[in-house]
Design a protein around this ligand. Structure first.
Ligand SMILES: Nc1ncnc2c1ncn2[C@@H]1O[C@H](COP(=O)(O)OP(=O)(O)OP(=O)(O)O)[C@@H](O)[C@H]1O
Ligand SMILES: [Mg+2]
Length: 264
């Protein structure tokens, strides 16, 4: 096993050095089983994305980008389900869009939520349904499609959106909750219950999971990864690495790899 297969920063979870800090994996799973949105908050490189990957199989993952309007979340999410959505209007209480399938999978999903695809008088095949645009006037249709897919919607890096867009989405989160779509929102913010500040109506409909690390769990990253590599960090080195990581798992992983590189 090579050191960089065990330690270091990586977009994919590395089992050999993964530590379930404070049983957070179970806690997260429990919250995902409830009829609420789950917000995961923590500093950059604290392990939010790793936690999400560890406990959620095959979600629809939407990455926020700077200066992207929040309705792009729906465009991206549906696109992953092979459905194109053209949003014509979206403001509080108003949602108008056209949906069309981009492939058989998308057409099947549209059919599942009730777009039977009759062109004129004849019922069309799924292949023909692909080219039909369906006008919708409610976010409910988007919610129904996401529900029908059986997959969870995950919004990554929520903080990249402007405050206005975050607020806009926080209002949609209330509607999505009504339609039984429970979203996972992940990002860096310091105030507790950010979503409630953005939309007080979300009270009781969202739970926030803060991610932070205690020293003992950081130590476990070094001992677990070390034992995979059949090495043991000297107690002094371990203390020093944990001190230098400022309670950040990602930083500790990077430092551990550098230290092993240096040691040859
Ligand atoms: N549970 C864990 N056990 C061990 N190491 C971890 C754990 N979680 C995260 N790490 C380390 O921290 C790094 C960053 O984790 P992750 O990408 O999940 O952070 P993030 O909170 O999503 O950061 P960002 O906000 O920048 O996206 C990982 O590449 C890994 O090295
Ligand atoms: Mg991340």
């Amino acid at each position: 096993m090579k050191t960089d297969q065990v330690f270091g920063i990586s977009p994919e979870v590395r089992e050999y050095s993964y530590v379930d800090r404070g049983n957070l994996d179970d806690e997260m799973l429990r919250m995902l089983g409830r009829t609420i949105h789950v917000a995961v908050r923590g500093p950059s490189k604290s392990g939010k994305s790793w936690l999400r990957q560890k406990v959620l199989a095959d979600p629809i993952t939407v990455q926020c980008r700077l200066r992207k309007p929040f309705v792009d979340i729906y465009v991206d999410a549906l696109s992953q389900l092979n459905i194109a959505i053209q949003i014509k209007e979206s403001r509080q209480g108003v949602f108008k869009a056209t949906l069309s399938a981009k492939g058989e999978g998308g057409a099947a999903l549209l059919a599942k939520v009730g777009f039977t695809g009759s062109l004129g008088r004849e019922r069309t095949t799924l292949a023909e349904l692909k080219h039909v645009g369906h006008d919708v006037d409610d976010l409910r249709f988007v919610a129904d499609i996401i529900r029908a897919s059986g997959r969870r919607l995950v919004i990554e890096d929520f903080h990249y959106m402007s405050t206005e867009d975050r607020r806009g989405f926080a209002f949609d989160l209330k509607a999505l909750w009504d339609y039984q779509v429970f979203v996972v929102i992940i990002g860096v913010w310091s105030e507790t219950n950010l979503l409630l500040h953005l939309n007080p109506d979300l009270a009781g409909r969202v739970t926030e999971i803060p991610i932070d690390w205690i020293r003992a769990d950081l130590m476990r990253i070094l001992t677990k990864g070390g034992s995979t590599l059949h090495i043991e960090f000297d107690a002094k080195v371990r203390d020093k690495l944990v001190d230098l990581s400022y309670a950040n798992a990602g930083l500790l992983q990077a430092l551990a790899l550098l230290t092993l590189d240096d040691a040859g």
